[in-house]
Design a protein around this ligand. Sequence first.
Ligand SMILES: [Fe+2]
Length: 308
Amino acid sequence: MIIDEIRQGLEKHVRHRIWFVSDLQQRQPLRARKCMEIAMDDFVSLNLKPEVICYLGDATEGEDLGYIQEMAQMQVEQFARVDAPVWYTIGNHDFDYFRFHRKELPGMCIPFVEYVRQFPQWHVPNEKEMARFLDLGDIAVLLLTDHANPEGSWYTTHGELHGFAEEYPYRPEDYRKLMEEVQALNKPVVTCAHYAFAGGNRAAPLFNRFLPLPANVRIHFYGHAHVGDAFWAGKDANRKISNVDGQPIVQVDVASLESGRGSAVRSVVFEWYDTDEVGVFFRNHSLGVWDDVLMIRDGDCQFVPLAE
Ligand SMILES: [Fe+2]
């Protein structure tokens, strides 16, 4: 395949490589294991040695604690097959257990996150924080995450606030302040989240508070919208690449690691080259092939005036 040849030629230029995965999202442990093994067997066979794995949420689905713990344990075992830290962002289905059992729970509880937190390979957010920075030297990654009050009085999913809005501590100015922090890093930033910004598939309304994004945001990766799932994404079901509304910043749909709602077990490999160009490779693990590739040169969004 030509995409494989392209990849071989690029190997010597790779400065950073991030493996983006999202939405294993299964109720049944057996089905979850099957999808995870399809993805992991294929990824390990590629021998890509990512610097970091960014897991964009919805690792499980449903309210059955035994099932969730079984699926969490299985994922800890599977990701241990790759020698790279896993940075996790929380998605809407991570709240399924809390939403179903909230009356008998003393506060917020996200069993998957609490389980994986004990393993040094896994980096998970604290419930209340809406973002974490990951410094990779000459670039940084900003992970936006669903967040919640540890007491359970409010939480965010689908880009909306649920519960007691008056107790939510973040004002629109705090969202802008986070973008000022991004800008102040003074280096390129890759952003990622369970959701898209406006212009992507099934975008998060709360993320509008972040817009416009600072110019040093290079690209955004998101999950939630399983590629091929017309029920939830409608006409955009097969759209993997879009841009942030009104801005020349590309956003990429990573989902999903499952092939029940989505049309294949998928993930995305992102590479940053010594030329400051970036590459996005869409892996179809179900077929063991690269489906698509996107290359973006440095400064492709800068305005170039016409010569006099
Ligand atoms: Fe989701």
